[in-house]
Design a protein around this ligand. Structure first.
Ligand code: CAO
Length: 430
């Protein structure tokens, strides 16, 4: 074996006993001049120590957690001309090749703190093992991000990088830490992490962006708003007769006349009669803000997840116009053509599962709205009519409301009124 060249800790400025936070090579690795061997980190800066020579690493003299000073041996490298790598697998050209592109870092240490004449260079974002090493997935993060992650006790392998090529940014780490703290701050117990693979085969499926956002919104509402759900039933036998009689006319306009536009029209009438349901609680919590417009959100089930586009000025639309509007927003939502503007400004939401089935459910309020109406499938039921049971078409209603703004009695009045309007559409004229 040829003479081994010792690589030592370079002049790292006024620092002594600096932590080794990463060892980037192992014995047998082929290195080029300037390939990073280890990463050092002091209180003020972190830097990589590059190899001064091309060759094969024959010995690594430090481990993560060691403390080193200028002159300490880091590794022994057999220079290239003599070296015959024993496990010289050619690394396939991968993303890693482009990792050497420096990326400016907002939180980089001030110039003065940089080690004087250091042969080591300020580290660039690199691909490395997750904190704690071991078999964790590989992550891309700069030393300062890694340091911040350690401070915040964030496991980098669990953080999704939003930077270029998936790099983890300081904001990603802060956001992860903030989210992890949310339940703790609210005094909520954490759901234990379970390694499901211990019990059988598993498969991970990414959530769509819509599912993620909806999940966040649902969770926000669930933990912030005291939800109560009021159930009621509307006798829609007459409404159904009327709907069927007008279905052909609607079809000529290219619209499928379902019960949903009637429900929206009934909600508009109820919101006018009970304006508190068309309000939001002010963030200060000491007043409500009543809205003098009625924009109805309609929950639409799409392949990418739940979307709630808003039908604006629903109080100025007739039943057929509402049917057209539902058709329009539902088809655009399913085609992924909903613009940010389409999902803003709602004052009350209707969530209809009537086309699917079910008898009742407890919808989550689309905060900062204060109520949402869930509609389940209408069913023929025997209803006592004084002397006899009669077959009547009964539509189940489930109204979830924010109990800080709405009392139970008001909610019962609201759903009763809805049932009256849906039971006799002439009420819409009043
Ligand atoms: N009872 C009985 N039948 C009903 C009904 C009800 N309450 N509501 C709808 N139907 C019928 C319709 O009339 C239609 O049948 P016809 O064509 O014979 O008339 C059929 O069910 C299918 O309706 P649809 O779902 O295509 O249309 P819609 O207007 O009823 O609903 C929309 C539109 C966008 C609300 C709906 O398609 C949808 O996406 N619903 C899911 C919402 C959701 O996921 N909510 C849960 C969110 S968590 O709160």
């Amino acid at each position: 074996m040829a003479d081994l060249q010792e690589v030592r800790v370079p002049d790292i400025g006024d620092f002594d006993q600096v932590d080794v936070i990463e060892v980037l090579v192992s014995e047998g690795d082929e290195v080029d001049v300037d390939d990073s061997l280890i990463t050092l980190e002091s209180d003020k800066a972190s830097l990589e120590v590059p190899s001064p020579v091309a060759g094969v690493v024959r010995e690594v003299a430090v481990s993560v957690g060691d403390q080193v000073s200028e002159g300490d041996v880091i590794a022994k490298v057999e220079p290239a001309e003599e070296a015959a790598p024993d496990d010289a697998e050619e690394e396939p050209e991968s993303e890693e090749g482009s990792e050497s592109e420096p990326e400016p870092e907002a939180d980089e240490e001030p110039e003065a703190a940089k080690p004087r004449a250091a042969r080591g260079r300020e580290r660039e974002p690199s691909k490395g093992r997750a904190e704690g090493g071991g078999a964790g997935p590989e992550v891309y993060a700069s030393p300062s991000v890694r340091k911040r992650a350690r401070e915040l006790q964030v496991d980098l392998s669990a953080v999704e990088g939003t930077g270029r090529k998936g790099r983890i940014t300081p904001e990603d780490v802060e956001e992860h830490a903030r989210r992890a703290e949310e339940p703790a701050a609210a005094g909520l117990p954490r759901i234990p992490e379970v390694d499901f693979a211990r019990f059988g085969e598993v498969e991970a499926q990414e959530l769509t962006r819509i599912q993620e956002l909806t999940g966040e919104a649902m969770h926000r509402s669930w933990v912030n708003l005291p939800h109560v759900t009021q159930f009621d039933e509307a006798d829609v036998t007459e409404l159904e007769r009327f709907r069927k009689s007008r279905k052909a006319e609607a079809e000529e306009r290219g619209v499928n006349l379902t019960p949903v536009p009637f429900v929206i029209a009934a909600c508009v009438a109820a919101l006018k009669k009970f304006p508190r349901f068309n309000s939001s609680l002010h963030p200060d919590g000491d007043r409500i803000v009543l809205k003098h417009y009625i924009n109805i959100g309609v929950a639409v089930d799409t392949p990418r997840g739940l979307v709630v586009p808003v039908i604006r000025d629903a109080d100025r639309k007739g039943i057929l116009e509402l049917a057209e509007a539902v058709d329009d927003v539902a088809s655009r939502a399913r085609e992924g053509k909903i613009a940010p503007d389409d999902i803003q400004g709602g004052t009350f939401t209707v969530s209809s599962l009537g086309g699917i089935g079910g008898t009742a459910f407890t919808p989550i309020i689309n905060a900062p709205e204060v109520a949402i109406l869930g509609v389940s499938r209408a069913r023929m039921q025997p209803v006592w009519q004084g002397e006899d049971f009669e077959p009547r078409l009964i539509l189940p209603l489930s109204l979830s409301y924010d109990h800080r703004v709405i009392d139970g009695a008001a909610a019962a009045r609201f759903t009763r009124y809805l049932a009256e309007v849906l039971g006799d559409l002439r009420n819409l004229l009043l």
